[in-house]
Design a protein around this ligand. Structure first.
Ligand code: ADP
Ligand code: MG
Ligand code: MG
Length: 897
């Protein structure tokens, strides 16, 4: 197998299409090199080597030779030699998986600095301070990544070697009474490096290696090992990245942004990743090395005027400071975006007035930005319609439907501090100061906001568990910002006005002191933070033109219909605004719980003979009729699927003593008799009991009343000039004879109402398919039914034999032990429940080609399930109103993908 791929001097062994073997970083470094963009030469050790190493615990036999040969190639391009005491080459060792995992894995810079090579670097650069600055960075990274993390030493919070070394640096600055690293001179840094090495010896029991090859191989191995590190594994879990992929390792000649005032480093996006605006956006630092920006150690400067966010007027831009290089960078970023047809996230370094590109990748963006970019790139001809549809994921769409702070209330709160607006929307929660606390509190059902000086990849689980993240340091491209943006999470970074005490667990700013557990509110769109809780307000989609355009595009490209599950005219209206094309499930019983009606329902249930029951039912008729009238009218001419009474009757009975007493009085019934009647209705297993069409069969007068309400409401609407389209749905059918029984009653009532009012009502009668037996006999049922609607909640329940209401007692173990891949009530179980759906569709259509088929379970709003339903040939999905746009997008993606 080929283990090593070279890039440099305009040529490369790989290209952007080799992400699987080179990882994203390596593949794009190769691609940029081929494009003639200035990239320091280097080579990539493939992901196959990672897999090999993971399995065998050793490297392929020829790897050492290959690495040596490729190192020589770098040497000859750069004119430096690795480990040479006069003219040393330094390299970086950088991780890079197929899919970017920001900051999850390790990078070590300045490898090759030893007591032998330092004098050479000083001589060549003529800058002793620079050499020791590079050295102390190498020592810190190497100790942290190689000597501690890869050795599986798990220090406590704040106890890591990196923290210890950084504390030494801070102490030195205090002692010298200086603020910035840059104010320390060569001698200071030289002493610091000696201190670092002593500290490492004491805490890790080993010497920092003084041999360039030991440093190189130590780093390579550490990067490979980091793939299986705790935090990388955790991140993969969240992002669904398979652990078999492995990471590649890139070894690349160092270029230095920390060699003086004509040096700099920065991170940029070809478009604004927070808003989507088509403006080059980024951050930079003069005289600094790359990780200073990414790790958020120094709050960076805006790259250009369009990167300013307010409050940063005094800060210098690269555009003004180094106009020629800025122009070169601007041209390269544009070229990269056009080349990749997507927004790029780039890293660059300027060494003595010369620009070097160090990375390009598809940039993470939040929901609003993703939509805007997709539409604008489509309109400018950069991408096609189908690509634009695939560019926005359903999570991003979900995100923009998320709430923001209620501005009317926000304005009455005083701003506690302001940071950088790194993640969208607003959030309130209780303050916690460590990632572990965030996770624990979250597991206890609390809403938390994680507050950190800066976040590191170790905090990932806590960030995930939090409503939002607040950091005191770091810029818009810091770790916290990048991760939060990827998840669409509210986030404020670089809030330097706040002081955090990790020991006392307090947060203070401008005279306000907050403790752990106190409430705090963040506005991720302005960067303002507030003490206390501010209520959230639903998102305003109506004025978002990009959202509108995306939805139009999506509707043009999808084949499946999208309906909504709605029980009231208010919900129906909401769903219409979100683009629903009808109601797929209207649950009649939800209308029964209103206090005025519940009495009549109870009377109906308690009735001991048909006559009493009929009387009670007639009281319900007018209520039901007006409900159906409103809903059918709101939705007309779209169809409304009305499900007949479904739940077990005892759900409607009073539980509390006082309620039972009240009912006894109202019914003029003795308490004993009522108790006996309630006792009689009790079922051991109500989910499999007297419910669904079984009720309508025992009490046909209920079906009759509901059918009458539906058709009389429809007749009235027709006479008023509206075109209602009711679809009457019989629940829980397992045998065709059940359906035939109910259908007779429904059709008879339809005829009666049509004749009496001399109108013709367009209606369908169909059934919910939610029992395995219904799927198995779907060809029988479809001869009698005009539509099927899969009730996948009950179908999942009856297929697995899992009680929906009790699954919590064992599901966590099932997931943990990988017995189930996911909760089957959230995403459809394709193999089991799914094959019943497929069987139902095939059998149904085999006898009734015009059978209309939809799905109305919770799965109707789940993107993965929607893809499955598309493949199964369903006509529509139905979901809750707020999921409608997501279902529309998922349906279009299922069609396009
Ligand atoms: P990550 O994937 O966490 O961004 P990188 O491998 O990109 O890690 O490296 C971290 C930082 O070090 C980046 O700012 C990068 O630009 C910088 N860097 C990496 N390699 C070099 C190099 N050869 N010369 C100069 N800077 C480098
Ligand atoms: Mg990087
Ligand atoms: Mg059901």
């Amino acid at each position: 197998m080929k283990t090593v791929y070279f890039f440099g001097d305009g040529k490369a062994d790989g290209s952007a299409s080799d992400k699987n073997i080179l990882g994203g970083k390596g593949a794009n470094l190769a691609e940029m090199t081929i494009l003639g963009i200035p990239v320091p030469p280097g080579f990539t050790i493939s992901t196959d080597v990672c897999t090999y190493f993971m399995q065998k615990g050793e490297y392929p036999a020829d790897l050492t030779n290959e690495v040596e040969n490729n190192l020589h190639q770098i040497e000859s391009i750069m004119g430096h030699t690795f480990g040479d005491s006069n003219n040393p080459l330094l390299v970086s060792v950088r991780s890079g998986a197929r899919q970017s995992m920001p900051g999850m894995m390790e990078t070590v810079l300045n490898i090759g600095l030893t007591s032998q090579t330092i004098p050479g670097l000083i001589q060549k650069s003529g800058d002793e301070r620079f050499a020791y600055d590079a050295y102390r960075r190498l020592i810190t990274m190497y100790a942290d990544v190689v000597m501690e993390k890869a050795a599986d030493i798990g220090p406590g919070e704040g106890e890591g070697i990196r923290e210890k070394l950084e504390a030494l640096l801070e102490n030195l600055k205090l002692k010298k009474k200086v603020k910035n690293d840059a104010d320390l001179d060569a001698e200071d840094l030289k002493c610091l490096c000696e201190k670092f090495k002593e500290t490492i010896k004491i805490h890790l029991g080993q010497e920092f290696p003084d041999d360039p090859h030991t440093q190189l191989w130590g780093s390579v191995t550490a990067v490979f090992k980091s793939w299986n590190g705790k935090r990388a594994a955790h991140y993969r879990n969240i992002e669904n990245i398979p652990s078999e992929w492995g990471t590649a390792v890139n070894i690349q000649a160092m270029v230095f942004g920390n060699m003086g005032e004509d040096c700099a480093t920065g991170v940029a996006f070809t478009r604004n990743p927070a808003t989507g605006e088509n403006k080059f956006y980024g951050e930079w630092l003069q005289n600094a090395q790359g990780e200073d920006v990414v790790a958020g150690l120094r709050t960076p400067n805006p790259l250009n005027e369009s990167s300013r966010i307010g409050g940063d007027e005094g800060l210098p831009t690269l555009e003004n400071n180094m106009p020629t290089i800025y122009a070169e960078l601007a041209a390269i970023q544009q070229r990269l975006e056009i080349h990749y047809h997507d927004m790029q996230d780039i890293e660059f370094t300027i060494q003595n007035g010369r620009l070097w590109m160090l990375q390009t990748r598809t940039g993470k963006r939040n929901g609003a930005a993703a939509i805007r970019m997709a539409i604008e790139m489509l309109e400018s001809g950069m991408i096609e319609e189908k690509t634009a549809i695939m560019r926005v994921n359903t999570g991003q769409l979900d995100e923009i439907m998320h709430p923001t702070l209620d501005t009317d209330i926000e304005k009455d709160f005083s701003i506690m501090a302001t940071g950088l607006p790194a993640g969208p929307g607003g959030a309130s929660g209780q303050i916690v100061f460590t990632a572990d606390d965030a996770e624990n509190w979250h597991n206890d059902g609390k809403k938390v906001i994680l507050v950190r000086k800066e976040t590191s990849p170790e905090d990932i689980h806590g960030m995930y568990a939090s409503q939002a993240v607040l950091t005191a340091r770091g810029g818009m491209t810091s770790h916290a910002a990048l991760v939060a943006r990827g998840w669409g999470k509210c986030c404020v970074v670089g809030c330097s006005e706040i002081q955090i005490s990790a020991i006392e667990k307090t947060l203070s700013s401008n005279g306000t002191l907050l403790k752990e557990g106190d409430w705090i509110t963040l506005n991720g769109s302005t960067g303002n933070i507030y003490a206390g809780e501010i209520p959230l307000k639903a998102a305003d989609l109506q004025s978002n033109i990009f959202f509108k355009k995306l939805m139009e595009l999506v509707d043009k490209h999808r084949a499946m219909g999208v309906r909504t599950n709605a029980d009231s005219p208010i919900e129906a209206k909401q769903a219409l605004e979100f683009g629903a094309q009808g109601i797929g499930l209207c649950r009649t019983e939800h209308m029964f719980f209103n206090p005025e009606r519940i009495m009549s329902i109870r009377e109906m249930i308690i009735a001991e003979n048909d006559e009493d029951r009929r009387k009670a039912i007639m009281k319900l008729l007018s209520h039901q009729k007006s409900d159906f009238y409103e809903i059918l009218k709101t939705m007309a001419p779209y169809p409304v699927t009305i499900r007949l009474l479904d739940p077990p009757l005892h759900e409607f009975l009073p539980q509390e003593n006082s309620q039972i007493q009240e009912l006894a009085q109202a019914l003029k019934m003795s308490r004993n008799k009522l108790d006996a009647r309630i006792e009689h209705l009790h079922e051991l297993n109500p989910m499999l009991g007297h419910r669904g069409c079984r009720l309508g069969i025992s009490y046909p007068e209920i079906t009759e009343m509901q059918a009458r309400a539906i058709f009389e409401a429809s007749a009235e609407l027709i006479m008023e000039g509206t075109t209602p389209y009711p679809e009457v749905m019989v629940p829980l059918v397992g045998s065709v004879s059940e359906f035939i029984h109910q259908r007779k009653i429904i059709d008879a009532m339809a005829n009666q109402v049509q004749e009496k009012n001399k109108v013709k009502i367009d209606y369908l009668v169909g059934t919910m398919i939610e029992l395995p037996r219904a799927c198995a006999t779907a060809d029988e049922i479809a001869k009698e039914a005009e539509f099927f609607s899969f009730g996948t909640n009950d179908l999942t329940q009856t297929t697995f034999g899992f009680s929906r209401d009790d699954i919590g007692s064992f599901l966590p173990e099932y997931l943990e032990q990988n017995i189930l891949a996911g909760d089957p009530f959230q995403s459809i179980d394709k193999e089991g429940v799914g094959s019943l759906v497929t069987m139902g569709v095939e059998k149904g259509r085999s006898v009734n080609a015009s059978l209309k088929i939809g799905i109305c379970g919770e799965h109707g709003g789940d993107p993965q399930s929607i893809h499955f339903f598309q493949r199964s040939g369903l006509d529509y999905v139905s979901c809750s109103p707020f999921r409608v746009p997501i279902a529309r997008l998922a349906a279009a993606q299922a069609e396009a993908g």
